[in-house]
Write a new protein. Structure first.
Length: 367
């Protein structure tokens, strides 16, 4: 059957083999419309990216730059690695810099262990103003001519150590009846947020920059808002305050030594594309997130059962007598997260580490 056009008759079944691929179907146009060509390339590139998505497993500890959201950072790394799956282990505000652990592939199964770990921050408080966002991005809501002395600040710090009750910032990700607090605040609603218990393991004054600014370091548990610390200290000191600089230096098992700036990561990707390096050099092993969990080595026979989701009975002189969560290895390779109790090992999360992983010995370099 022939397809009739105003100019000629095209027999699609006998199209020239050298004709561009986009013209090898009925109804295709042959004119050089750059908009159509660009759109076709974009669709082709989009499909190509989907086809090229690969299995990548491990952690990248991004030294997140100021101005980038955590969600955008994940999207960037997912694109650089062409990874199928990615997620982060603890949001960093756009105005904050520092360690943003990003899990790729099977590492996403270990995200809760990082999120439950301690975080350490270095932050600067500007005195004399309170803002609706509790950082420099917001509108000024309160001002004061008063400035705190170093002695007054140090005397206050014990009140913010240990388990304290903290009201989250109005601009926070807390959900209220299904809506995020920051969405309600942007709409002009005054959100009644309830205080929550948080753990502050350490809070120290490390530098006093005249009367206007103070630099602190804090080590805290899950759910702590550093912006709220600045707000509450300012109120109790009678001078108001807000965060004007914030950097995360530790997140769970990851420290500043593990961080890689975005520019360095992009440069590594360029070298890898030309065959001069490997993206594996930027990866930390999946099990790095499990540093606080005991490891248990099993035989290949037991590993096969666990991989199928079957429990394993551990008997004999060398059988462990402990209980709780363990991560299981076989021949030095991560296999599963499991619950150990009464001599029985029950798999909870099985890892399939086929694809790009951290190079051997990468964890040893962190010691």
């Amino acid at each position: 059957m022939n397809v009739t056009t105003p100019d000629r008759v095209i027999a699609p079944q006998t199209a020239d083999a050298n004709t561009p691929a986009e013209n090898n179907f009925p109804g295709a146009t042959r004119h050089n419309d750059p908009r159509q060509q660009q759109g076709g390339k974009q669709r082709q590139q989009g499909n190509q990216q989907k086809r090229d998505r690969r299995d990548v497993h491990g952690w990248v500890i991004l030294d997140k730059p100021i101005g980038m959201t955590s969600t955008h950072a994940v999207a960037v790394l997912k694109r650089l690695f062409n990874a199928k799956r990615a997620g982060h282990a603890g949001t960093l505000d756009p105005l904050a810099s520092g360690g943003l652990p990003i899990a790729l592939g099977e590492a996403t199964k270990t995200v809760p262990f990082v999120m439950d770990g301690r975080k350490r921050y270095r932050f600067t408080v500007c005195w004399g103003e309170e803002r609706d966002t509790d950082d420099t991005e917001g509108q000024v809501t309160q001002t004061s001519p008063n400035r705190p002395t170093e002695e007054a600040i140090r005397a206050l710090l014990p009140q913010f150590t240990g388990t304290i009750e903290q009201v989250p910032p109005q601009y926070s990700a807390i959900k209220i009846q299904g809506e995020r607090a920051y969405d309600m605040a942007r709409d002009g609603e005054v959100v009644p947020l309830q205080p929550r218990p948080v753990e502050i393991h350490e809070l120290t004054l490390v530098e006093q920059q005249g009367n206007e600014r103070s630099v602190f370091e804090a080590e805290c548990g899950k759910g702590t808002y550093v912006r709220a610390l600045a707000r509450d200290m300012g109120r109790l000191l009678g001078c108001y305050g807000h965060i004007c600089a914030l950097r995360r230096t530790i997140c769970g098992p990851f420290t500043e030594d593990d961080m890689i700036p975005l520019a360095d990561l992009e440069a590594l990707c360029d070298r890898a594309a030309s065959g001069e390096g490997s993206l594996a050099d930027a990866l930390l092993p999946v099990e790095t997130a499990l540093d606080d969990i005991p490891a248990l080595a099993v035989t290949r026979a037991d590993a096969a059962r666990l991989h199928r989701g079957q429990a394993v009975l551990l008997r004999g002189r060398d059988a462990p007598n402990s209980s709780g969560t363990v991560y299981v290895t076989v021949a030095g390779r991560l296999l599963a997260l499991a619950e150990l109790g009464n001599g029985e090992l029950i798999p909870k999360r099985v890892f399939n580490l086929t694809g790009l992983v951290a190079r051997s010995g990468r964890n040893d370099e962190r010691v």
